[in-house]
Design a protein around this ligand. Structure first.
Ligand code: ATP
Ligand code: MG
Length: 549
């Protein structure tokens, strides 16, 4: 099968991708793009054949637990058969046609994976809804009610356990009677595969279109090079089903590599159940968000014993070097940070075998030509801060979205000269490592200085009183704007003299970053505003600051 060969030089024996250096990794990266490509047929069904022929380790393809003793384990063959049944259910019970948009609103239950594969097999375009999804998302879904997700188009589904179990029972009935005889549609590699909502960190989420090859082939970058996966691995990514991140790390990247996708129902994020799960199951690769790692290292001061864990990654926000260090102290493992967007596959990453520079996002993924740009789209030299861009001319690379759905103006606004502009600021050092400074809209301009909140937040979290913080601009009559820190205190410090603590923390930041970056204003708060995926919504805090003047 050509497409499998496109992914793996020798697709029967996918060897551990532990590259000794970045250059050899880049050389190894060559993807042929076949004219027709469908992940279900060209990747999943090929793993089924290899499984049947005994050419793949006996790892399951999918391993799910609800945390209360209930487990589901499927081989690639079972995944194939059940997803074909699901494809027939979607077609027969919902009366859908190829190209129809289907909103997928399910918590982390096995049917979410089946529904995704069923959409690939039928050519329906899933729009991944989050738990916060409201019915007015302009998405013209053909099947936002009914058998696809059995009611409840909005609201927090994970708390709605009765509705959830009713849906589940109806699906089970359908599954018993449905046939698993289904022929996968033939899809062009550049046909629309799915729509993903961005996280909505700085406004309404944007609907982002990806083709069959974009994620189906492009995410091999993530699977091979960043996640370091092989068919022997068991990969657990904790992100919720609504986000591109779950397509990245709970569907495409692991299955491209023939690895086992591990999933936990996890209705709410509880550090203890994460730690228990990592101890109990043979999970080898773990992916979570920085906010989750922050909670994990705070939860338990003891060292952890995870018998199988060998590789940890984080993405979605910058991870504070302090948290990485604490995690290493407890587990003996580094956190390999990756940087990307709903609009892309991995843009930069720390790859296995490469020296990690704490605080850096690593080096560009071999899929993209990543550059730091000035306002005119000129490439800036090492050390200069600018906009992070991806070259799109003469060729738009594999792994980049096609467009924002129904929003040509927004799509056009991301282009500058030969580049797609990510909306993030950063710089590249002399060794070719990329450093994230800030989302462009989070930059603070104070007395002529440009200050990125992340550096200040990373200095803040090194102080023992600080559990987490968000740094934003605040109006100031003399300086125009100044740095303000919203701080959540560690419980032990809540009863301390707040004025005294404030001064101590300010002094601490002055000592640990350039003094002009210290927060002139400090406010202690109980909780930071975050997206459902756990990202800090600095724009909300900033808006409040500026509204009051
Ligand atoms: P919206 O576009 O709706 O405002 P969002 O940009 O947060 O939300 P996502 O596509 O989920 O939506 O997130 C991508 C963004 O997350 C990146 O543009 C970047 O700002 C941030 N990000 C992701 N990984 C990292 C990382 N390793 N370091 C720093 N920032 C990161
Ligand atoms: Mg964004």
């Amino acid at each position: 099968p050509g497409s499998m060969r496109a992914l793996h030089k020798d697709y029967r024996t996918v060897t551990p991708q532990n590259f000794s250096n970045y250059e050899s990794m880049k050389q190894d990266f060559k993807l042929e793009i076949p004219e027709y490509f469908n992940f279900a047929k060209d990747v999943l069904d090929q793993w089924t054949s290899m499984e049947k022929a005994g050419k793949k380790p006996s790892n399951p393809a999918f391993w799910w637990t609800n945390g209360n003793g209930e487990e589901v384990r499927w081989s690639f063959e079972e995944l194939g058969s059940l997803s074909r049944k699901f494809a027939n259910i979607l077609t027969e019970a919902c009366g859908l046609q190829r190209g129809d948009r289907v909103i997928l609103l399910l918590p982390r239950i096995p049917e979410w994976w089946l529904a995704n594969i069923a959409c690939l097999r039928t050519g329906y375009t899933p729009a991944q809804g989050s738990r916060a999804c409201k019915p007015d998302s302009h998405n013209n879904p053909r099947c936002s009610r009914g058998a696809c997700h059995h009611g409840a188009p909005s609201g927090d589904m994970s708390n709605n356990s009765n509705a959830c179990s009713r849906r589940h029972q109806r699906l089970q009935r359908h599954k018993q009677h449905a046939s698993d005889n289904h022929t996968c549609v033939k899809t062009k590699h550049n046909e629309m595969m799915a729509i993903f909502f961005t996280s909505g960190t700085s406004g309404y989420p944007k609907m982002t279109g990806h083709t069959h090859s974009s994620f189906g082939l492009g995410l091999s970058i993530n699977g091979r090079f960043w996640l370091d996966l092989t068919p022997l691995d068991v990969m657990w990514n904790t992100s919720d089903t609504g986000w591109a991140k779950s397509a990245w790390s709970s569907v495409f990247s692991p299955w491209i590599q023939g690895a086992c996708v591990f999933a936990h129902y996890l209705p709410r994020f509880e550090p203890t159940s994460i730690l228990q799960t990592l101890s109990k199951f043979p999970i080898t690769v773990f992916c979570s968000a920085p906010t989750a790692y922050r909670m994990l290292v705070q939860n338990d001061k003891a060292s952890y014993k995870f018998k199988s864990l060998k590789h940890c990654v984080s993405a979605g926000e910058p991870i504070n070097p302090e948290v990485t260090e604490q995690w290493r102290n407890r587990t003996g493992l580094d956190i390999y940070e990756g940087y990307g967007q709903t609009e892309t596959v991995l843009i930069c990453g720390n790859f296995k075998g490469m020296k990690i520079k704490p605080g850096s996002m690593g080096k560009p993924s071999p899929a993209f030509d990543v550059k730091i740009l000035d306002v005119n789209g000129n490439v800036l030299p090492p050390g200069k801060e600018g906009d992070i861009g991806i070259r799109v001319r003469p060729n738009r690379p594999l792994g980049l979205f096609t467009h924002y759905i129904d929003n040509p103006t927004k799509t056009a606004s991301t282009l500058r000269g030969n580049f797609y502009i990510t909306g993030d600021r950063g710089y590249m050092d002399e060794d070719g490592y990329f450093w994230f400074v800030s989302r462009a809209d989070d930059i603070i301009l104070s007395s002529g200085y440009r200050i990125g909140p992340f550096e200040v937040e990373s200095a803040l979290i090194e102080h023992p009183a600080v559990a987490e913080s968000a740094v934003v601009s605040s109006p100031d009559p003399i300086r125009g704007e100044v740095v303000k820190a919203f701080i959540v205190l560690n419980p032990d410090y809540k009863s301390h003299d707040q004025e005294q603590l404030k001064k101590e923390i300010q002094e601490h930041v002055k000592r640990n970053t350039a003094p002009y970056k210290y927060p002139r204003k400090v406010e202690f708060i109980q909780e930071l505003p975050k997206t459902i995926s756990g990202k800090i919504k600095r724009n909300e805090l900033r808006k409040k600051e500026w509204e009051t003047i």
